[in-house]
Design a protein around this ligand. Structure first.
Ligand SMILES: [Zn+2]
Length: 316
């Protein structure tokens, strides 16, 4: 005879099914679900309610004098997302906050026309991670305001990729260097440039200029190695780096040959550009055929971000 199992036993088994899920919804929304022990989940809801209610009493009209008219439900949702995106997991973290330092990364794909504010039924939507459509307003705000976003810009006509970058203050220079270096420039290192530090070949403190022929991408490990060991590096024209080991051996590291997408724009968004301006399509160009260092300045692809309104770039 099998004894029926107690709630205790069944709960212990059920706890093993705890999980989180995300479900895409209509109109640029998505659901986040949590299955967990009832005590904790109700505790979470109760805490959110307490925060939302208190927030409702505290919040004053914004700078424009508009009252904050969010409902209790909207406040709960906003606070929950705020906590999840920026809070620290105190019960799980290391002393130096390893987990709290993890930040989310997502990609949005935004047609240029959408980003610069064209409206209309045929304005193609932006896409989150290439699958869920998001509204143009959100796309524009995120592209302009959040430093944690990689931006992927595509041609509105062909859909071809124009540029991918992580936008920071000296963006033009950084983009150029990321494109030139593609990877950490220590000989043999394959760490992608997007995960690397931009380093002054000759230290700024020693008079090194912040110019492309005195900057190179180094991964964290080789950045530290360069500064704290007898390794020495000099940069020659065309981004060619000459490394000297502590034993005096030299290694030459050249920028990788480039197979890049060159955008030639005839759509009027960025008319002042490029040797082939007017063709209105994306062209794959093999820059490996050019001298080391890539194309001369005058022949470089147009800066696809240059047409963006200044207020998008302002936060940087
Ligand atoms: Zn490296």
């Amino acid at each position: 005879m099998t004894r029926s199992r107690s709630l205790d036993e069944r709960h212990q088994d059920a706890r093993d099914t705890r999980r989180i899920w995300v479900k895409d919804a209509e109109d640029g929304m998505a659901e986040l679900g949590i299955l967990g022990p009832a005590v904790l989940v109700h505790g979470v809801y109760e805490r959110l309610t307490g925060m939302a209610t208190t927030n409702e009493k505290l919040v004053e009209p914004d700078a424009a004098g508009e009252p904050d008219e969010r409902t209790l439900g909207q406040r709960r949702a906003d606070i929950a997302l705020d906590l999840l995106l920026t809070g620290a997991p105190a019960g799980h973290d290391t002393d130096d906050g390893l987990l709290a330092a993890i930040v989310p990364q997502v990609s949005i794909t935004v047609p240029v026309t959408t980003l610069i504010g064209a409206e209309g039924a045929d304005t193609p939507p932006a896409e989150l991670d290439g699958r869920a459509p998001i509204d143009p307003d959100t796309a524009r705000r995120l592209a302009g305001a959040a430093s944690g976003w990689d931006r992927v810009l595509t041609d509105p006509i062909t859909g071809a990729m124009l540029a991918v970058d992580r936008y920071r203050p000296t963006a033009a220079m950084r983009r150029h260097l990321k494109a030139r270096d593609q990877r950490c420039r220590f000989p043999g290192c394959g760490m992608p440039a997007r995960n690397s530090d931009l380093d002054h070949t000759l230290d700024a403190a020693l008079g090194g200029a912040t110019e492309e022929d005195n900057l190179e991408d180094l991964c964290r490990r080789h950045h530290i190695l360069k500064h704290h060991t007898p390794w020495h590096v000099e940069q020659h024209s065309g981004g060619l780096l000459e490394w000297t080991s502590p034993l005096g051996r030299t290694y030459i590291d050249r920028p990788p040959p480039q197979n890049t997408i060159t955008f030639t724009d005839g759509s009027g968004i960025n008319p002042a550009s490029g040797p082939d301006a007017g063709s209105g399509r994306a062209v794959a160009a093999d820059r490996g055929a050019h001298p080391p260092g890539g194309l001369p300045k005058s022949a470089r692809p147009p800066d696809p971000w240059a047409a963006l309104p200044a207020d998008l770039l302002a936060p940087f």
